[in-house]
Design a protein around this ligand. Structure first.
Ligand SMILES: *Cc1c(COP(=O)(O)O)cnc(C)c1O
Length: 363
């Protein structure tokens, strides 16, 4: 049951606020195409897509055909673009669920075409990232994809890969040149898009028909200070106090007894661990939890399903109390930025690795 052990709260008002804010930044004629891959960056793709559908969002992007199928099974309406590589059973899913696939290059497009299935695709155009996409300079190869008999190439996109304004503008220029050359050769590319979160926030003038916003929709940048203060974090991770332990000076706790009490100490056992998605790198005081509005650092090594925190000096803690691992409590806050910093990564990784086990609930 929700709230019994470890759970994730999705702040509906914050999500709606972020959608309204991001929409206010959209260039003329551009629509939101939220990135709900990796279970909506850990937020729960069915919940998030449901809310977005209710706000009139009609286009989504995911990483895999299976993620797209999952959205359809949960009732998501609108276009769903699969950004990653697809083959085999993915093509069946795409056809069954009306997904749009990415043609990752000429060779991949041949594989899609030769499946004999009628497939909707967007063309990935490589403008310097050197990840997926046929090179923007190779119009002949791009044209061959557009003219394949079983593919309906209804869109094209590229991905900006740096914070460098000059490089981004050069990527955009190459992309636009490629799209107009293809259109001149009779390719019916209806939708062209290039902005993700950082692009929309920094270079909205680059335009496009969609903005594929992921991390900003969830109220965050990859690192602190990268997005406007107006955006509000959507996700909180919470757990319960399972037990409180009193330790004498010199006693240890946890695996390897890596925690040592240097004074009379009290530890709380929390009902979430690294299998719930908390980075184990937050062990040994590098992370913590809010309990009764106070910060309690981790004590010793985090376990798979449980975490010890030092609550010495926080009075009246009892089993069943709520502990906040990401989010606010009292006047305190532990942000995804804090976890990312302590674990040496970015918020995207912290969020997308949150486990399947915590139930997601809209609050
Ligand atoms: C993940 C992804 C996005 C969303 O990126 P954010 O930085 O989270 O907004 C957009 N486009 C592509 C191709 C992606 O892979």
């Amino acid at each position: 049951m929700y709230g019994d052990r470890a759970w994730i709260e999705i702040d509906r008002e914050a999500l709606r606020h972020n959608v309204r804010y991001l929409r206010s930044l959209l260039p003329e004629g551009c629509l939101l195409m939220p990135a709900v891959k990796a279970n909506a960056y850990g937020h729960g793709s069915a919940l998030v897509a449901g809310e977005l559908n209710a706000m009139g969002v009609r286009a989504f992007c995911v990483a895999t055909a299976e993620e797209g199928a999952e959205l359809r099974r949960s009732g998501t309406a609108g276009d769903i673009l699969v950004l990653g590589f697809s083959q085999g059973h993915d093509l069946t899913l795409a056809q069954e669920h009306g997904l749009i696939l990415t043609a990752a290059g000429l060779d991949h497009a041949r594989l899609l075409d030769e499946s004999g299935r009628r497939l909707r695709v967007h063309l990935a155009i490589d403008t310097g990232m050197h990840r997926l996409g046929e090179s923007a300079g190779d119009i002949d190869r791009l044209e061959r994809i557009c003219k394949m008999k079983n593919l309906h190439t209804e869109g094209a996109y590229t991905h900006l890969c740096t914070e460098d304004g000059d490089f981004s503008r050069r990527q955009a220029a190459e992309f636009k040149a490629a799209v107009s050359a293809l259109r001149q050769r009779g390719c019916r590319i209806e939708k062209a898009h290039l902005l993700a979160s950082s692009g929309l926030l920094r270079f909205p003038e680059l335009g496009g028909d969609y903005a594929r916003v992921g991390i900003a929709l969830y109220g965050l940048g990859s690192l602190r200070g990268q997005v406007p203060e107006e955006l509000r974090p959507v996700l909180s991770l919470k757990a319960r106090v399972a037990a409180v332990k009193e330790l004498e000076p010199g006693q240890g706790a946890g695996y390897g007894l890596r925690y040592t009490a240097y004074r009379e100490s009290r530890l709380a056992v929390l009902t979430a661990g690294y299998a719930d998605g908390l980075p184990r790198a937050l062990s040994m005081g590098r992370g913590g939890a809010l309990i009764r509005g106070k910060y309690a650092p981790t004590a010793g090594l985090m376990c798979m399903d449980q975490t010890l925190v030092d609550v010495t000096g926080i009075p009246d803690i009892r089993p069943g109390d709520e502990a906040v691992l990401i989010g606010r409590q009292g006047g305190g806050e532990i942000s995804a930025y804090d976890l990312a910093q302590a674990a040496g990564t970015i918020t995207n990784e912290i969020l997308s690795r949150l486990g399947q086990r915590p139930e997601r609930v809209l609050v």
